[in-house]
Design a protein around this ligand. Structure first.
Ligand code: HEC
Ligand code: HEC
Ligand code: HEC
Length: 437
């Protein structure tokens, strides 16, 4: 990784991802992961409750709440004064399922309790035992939220009214296989995949918490990354992926369709790569059962050689094609096929075909966190082009790769790039880059 000025904040974030997982690994006293530790991995508690340089689960991560301000994830170590040391199992259960803290205040749904409400009693007890017995207590006071007082009380009530009654434990679907049910339980519950992949409604609530409605996992934007559709949509969703493709992606962060970028990298680094193959396969079985929604009836992506022919003969009249030739081609190639396991393809890649272009703009401006699978960081990284390319050049090159090689997605505008550049400017103190903070 190159340490240019504009990359500094990304480097810090990367460091925090590594520190977070290393510290977490040491916090376990047993050699084999306890059941509680495995459940913590499934729930990815570390992603929000640990910060760079901080002790595991001592809290502090800043998270933006759209339109309202920011809040901080809390200290959930068993310290009686500043953490959850005084929580009985019932208190813990209420926080996890209903979003009600021990002192009665309601938690913002940035804490994904609507998903955790699906957990079984057994998993909840394993989680509680883990926090009480295997996590080191840390005396560190929570930081106050940065939300104006009036909104501060109105907001949870609004959310509460919308969500109350919908929060319930996972109910086994008798007509479905054991694997399907396990997958549904993990995706809807501990994995809280909908927290990023399901569009949110007016009160920041996820529009639906299971497959009963078509907005489930239909794709959404959070923290300047588009978490693309995980339903059966043939081009921008998982319609062309096999179950094995999904397992591979969640295990090592890439497959023949592409490489994980943005906030998904943290999910893989901290959570899914630690899941058993059976659990990954169960999630794949469940995800593959979700029907196509936006692209029902569309034709699947098919390669078109026109761009390859033009690039090979250096006919670079198409806007964006010269930028591609000069800045991108060495890694992503003439035919957009990438380089085996090292460079992702751009031809037919679902991220390229996502109706929402924000992940593409973000990765081109800022690069991405690196996947660290099995303790080894990926060899190659997407460079950032924040200082070398103008907004117009970036808009043109992205619009170009969204049309080249048979890709068929909408252009992005210069204004979209300018907005993303401002929102992810690493020199602004309060900026939310890459992480849910
Ligand atoms: C996406 C981020 C995120 C994840 C993942 C997450 N939390 Fe939280 N959690 C938060 C935030 C933010 C708060 C504070 C909310 C507030 O102040 O309203 C919180 C609050 C809590 C509280 C209430 C603590 C208190 O001080 O009253 C508990 C308990 C808790 N989380 C446990 C967990 C556990 C256990 C997991 C993993 C299974 C987990 N959290 C995963 C963001 C997260
Ligand atoms: C030095 C090699 C290299 C160059 C040059 C490069 N990329 Fe990348 N690109 C990567 C790698 C590696 C990834 C995978 C993400 C990661 O590991 O950071 C990637 C990911 C992407 C992605 C997301 C696809 C995915 O599946 O992750 C897009 C879009 C992209 N690059 C576009 C571009 C554009 C546009 C340019 C030129 C302006 C460019 N890249 C130049 C190496 C490169
Ligand atoms: C913190 C936000 C976040 C959470 C939580 C999250 N994802 Fe993602 N996910 C993303 C983003 C952003 C992308 C798009 C970038 C990419 O494709 O690398 C993505 C992409 C993916 C992709 C690739 C889609 C494609 O078409 O390329 C899969 C598969 C996926 N996620 C599965 C999951 C599963 C399963 C879970 C739950 C265990 C999950 N995600 C939870 C943010 C998240």
């Amino acid at each position: 990784m190159k340490f240019s000025k504009s990359l500094l904040s990304l480097a810090l974030v990367l460091a925090s991802a590594i520190v977070g997982s290393a510290a977490f690994a040491q916090s376990s006293t047993t050699l084999e992961a306890s059941r509680g530790e495995y459940v913590v991995r499934l729930g990815n508690c570390v992603a929000c409750h640990t910060v760079e340089g901080g002790k595991p689960f001592a809290g502090g991560l800043k998270m933006a709440v759209p339109k309202l301000g920011a809040i901080y994830a809390t200290n959930i170590t068993p310290d009686p004064e500043t953490g959850i040391g005084n929580y009985s199992f019932e208190d813990f259960d209420d926080a996890m399922r209903k979003g009600i803290a021990k002192d009665g205040h309601r938690l913002y749904p940035a804490m994904p309790y609507p998903s955790y409400a699906k957990m079984t009693e057994d998993d909840m007890r394993a989680l509680y035992d883990y926090f009480m017995n295997e996590v080191e207590p840390v005396n560190l006071a929570d930081q106050a939220s940065e939300i104006p007082a009036v909104l501060n009380w109105r907001w949870p009530l609004a959310v509460w009214n919308v969500m109350f009654g919908k929060l319930s434990r996972y109910k086994v679907e008798d007509g479905q296989s054991e694997a399907w049910n396990r997958g549904a339980y993990l995706v809807q519950g501990l994995g809280h995949c909908g927290a990023c992949h399901t569009p949110r409604g007016i009160a920041f609530q996820e529009k639906t918490l299971d497959e009963d409605r078509s907005s489930f996992l239909a794709g959404a934007q959070l923290d300047h990354w588009s978490a693309s559709s995980l339903n059966g949509d043939i081009n921008s969703g998982l319609g062309r992926w096999s179950e094995a493709d999904i397992v591979e992606y969640l295990k090592i962060g890439k497959n023949r369709f592409g490489t994980a970028i943005g906030t998904m990298v943290e999910v893989i680094n901290n959570s899914t790569q630690h899941m058993t193959d059976d659990d990954l396969m169960a999630m794949a079985v469940y995800l593959k059962s979700l029907p196509a929604v936006a692209e029902a009836g569309d034709a699947p992506y098919a390669y078109d050689a026109a761009a390859e022919v033009a690039l090979s003969s250096m006919s670079l009249d198409e806007p964006g094609s010269a930028t591609y030739f000069n800045y991108c081609l060495s890694c992503h190639l003439y035919d957009g096929s990438g380089h085996g396991e090292h460079m992702p393809p751009l031809a037919g890649n679902p991220i390229l075909l996502d109706p929402d272009g924000s992940s593409l703009i973000n990765v081109t401006l800022n690069g991405s966190l690196r996947v660290i699978a099995e303790g080894r960081p990926e060899h190659y990284d997407m460079p950032n082009f924040r200082s070398s390319l103008s907004d117009k050049e970036i808009a043109d090159v992205i619009s170009y790769i969204r049309k080249a090689w048979g890709n068929n997605a909408l252009a992005v505008s210069k204004a979209d790039v300018t907005a993303m550049r401002d929102a992810t400017d690493p020199t602004i103190n309060d900026v939310v880059v890459l992480r849910m903070k």
